[in-house]
Write a protein that binds this ligand. Sequence first.
Ligand code: NAG
Ligand code: NAG
Ligand code: ZN
Ligand code: ZN
Length: 460
Amino acid sequence: LHKAHITPDLVFVMIHLPHSFMHLFDNHLITANYLRKYYHLRTGTNRSGRQRSSSLVTEKLKQMQAFFGLKVTGKVDADTLTLMRQPRCGVPDVAPYALGERTLRWEHTHLTYRLENYTPDLPRADVDSAIDRAFQLWSNASALTFTRVFEGQADIMISFVRGDHNDNNPFGGPGNIIAHAFPPGGGIGGDVHFDEDKRWTKDFRNFNLYHVAAHEVGHSLGLMHDGDIESLMFSSYNYYGDNLLTQRDIDAIQALYGPSKNPIQPRERQVPQACESKLTFDAITEIRGELYFFKNRFFLRTRPFYKTGELGAITDFWVPLSRGVDAAYEVASRDEVFFFKGKASGMRQGYPKDIYHSLGFPHTVKSIDAAVHEEETGKTYFFVASKYWRYDENTRSMDTGFPKEIAHGFPGIGKKVDAVFQERGFFYFFRGKRQYKFDPHTKRILTILNINSWFNCRNK
Ligand SMILES: *[C@@H]1O[C@H](CO)[C@@H](O)[C@H](O)[C@H]1NC(C)=O
Ligand SMILES: *[C@@H]1O[C@H](CO)[C@@H](O)[C@H](O)[C@H]1NC(C)=O
Ligand SMILES: [Zn+2]
Ligand SMILES: [Zn+2]
């Protein structure tokens, strides 16, 4: 059981700041920098003047929005800005004009790599392991083979550097570049640079070295960025755990170098997308007036009047919840949020607590499917398989007479609940691709809603 006391500096700064205030002054600069770096926007004074350059920006913005599958507006909207502010790879998203559609690839399939120095952030053995596994990943997926060398010039030279490091692509400037790599070729071609001013880790905290190395080595081998957020070759950093390659990544490397001898298992999709029809959720709760829809290691968050379904990583706010959540609920009157994962996990002092001693569940319960707190009565409902329990937040004890069958207390909802939350006195139950709006007073389903109804999705 997690009890996360949400302190103002966590929620108000990171979550509640209205975008329009936060970005009012630097929108223009962020956009210009981003498009210059990653979309070859050429700026500078032009006789044709302001008009020309702003239409150029609009064109590049549209190109960027199309690349990432955003709504193509040519305007700096919230989704676009969110993306532009994410930590990312320094390699452009589109090929330079000179290269056109041509891709660069190595002529030989046996390549060498050399690690020139180490980061002090991790033990050397962990750095070695991350780098070696990054190469293994690609050799497992293609006909390529790699040998690590310890001296002289290798095809792919790898180093940790900071600031201006003499390749015309300094780290530490505007934007949030974590690493970059050069396409196949002699000299600096194929080389990988990590920004030493970033923190390198071997877990879910920013930035996982194996993950970033695998992405950069993709560039070293000739791969470009992919606009699908699930792909390893997506330009912004997202942590998914160690299984990195999607089918698109595998197809891309095999198109250049041919398939591997052994079949390779792609990663399943993990990132929830607000408007996809197959969306399901692990847990949903309101937190200080915003709705959080949790799925795997991610959440979609909506603001009132502004249902964009902004994507975030759970660990950006709640580091101990790196494995995701099963159930969550808010007790707004006490400004507390409770998270459940399996039997227990930890966050604040005194927590984790197990659900048996602290809440009174029998030991047969191994995890909670869903939970919702009813502000009006002070009761919290817990759903476990086909049954539910009722807990009194005021007396901090389980009500007697429970568990009961869900079919009894919430007729029509079905035998199992994925997620539930309360909004304006109604319960919204989620099961598979269905959503039920339920009136707890009359014990009746009022409407069956689409799973995407809390997000702005056209014709869905
Ligand atoms: C200047 O304008 C011309 C067209 O009038 C355009 O082709 C060129 O890309 C512009 N250059 C810059 C630096 O914006
Ligand atoms: C590559 O394949 C081998 C053999 O199947 C496996 O043991 C290894 O973990 C794989 N490496 C990576 C990084 O996926
Ligand atoms: Zn990249
Ligand atoms: Zn560099």
